[in-house]
Design a protein around this ligand. Structure first.
Ligand SMILES: N=c1c2ncn([C@@H]3O[C@H](COP(=O)(O)OP(=O)(O)OP(=O)(O)O)[C@@H](O)[C@H]3O)c2ncn1[C@@H]1O[C@H](COP(=O)(O)O)[C@@H](O)[C@H]1O
Length: 113
């Protein structure tokens, strides 16, 4: 795929289609949906840990290739989780858009008042 803007939308469509149609032997995403939410959450936990370790290694070595790969795994499994729960990246993008330009300090202060 060439247009990066379209990747989230296209991936979201594929993840959704894997919920019903695909064979878990042939499709990794179908196998995750079939194993259920606990397996998907386990993968997110694993990928989050691997991302943290890769970030620490990148800081020492300066090589960020593993960090990029592990972050992609983390984002990907988070998208599978959203899809499994009938949500999508679009809702997360909407939430980030809603927060856009609002300082995290200001947002937190507004929450507490
Ligand atoms: N972006 C991804 C993607 N990123 C990572 N992965 C897979 O995520 C898995 C995570 O890596 P691990 O090393 O943890 O896997 P593992 O140790 O074999 O997993 P477990 O045995 O622990 O369950 C690997 O199998 C990767 O191939 C992905 N699998 C699929 N996609 C996208 O999803 C689409 C649909 O995939 P399928 O459903 O497999 O056709 C693909 O066309 C891609 O666009």
């Amino acid at each position: 795929m060439s247009d990066k803007q379209d990747i989230l939308a296209e991936l979201t469509r594929i993840l959704e289609s894997r919920k019903s149609a695909a064979d878990g032997e042939k499709s990794y995403v179908a196998s995750l949906h079939q194993k259920g939410l606990n397996k998907i959450l386990e993968k997110i936990g694993e990928e989050a840990t691997e991302t943290i370790l890769a970030a620490k290694d990148a800081q020492v070595s300066g090589d960020k290739s593993e960090l990029i790969a592990e972050t992609a795994d983390l984002w990907f499994h988070s998208l599978v989780m959203l899809s499994h729960l009938d949500e999508s990246a679009d809702s997360v993008l909407n939430e980030l858009a809603r927060r856009f330009g609002v300082s995290g300090h200001d947002e937190k202060a507004a929450r507490q008042s």
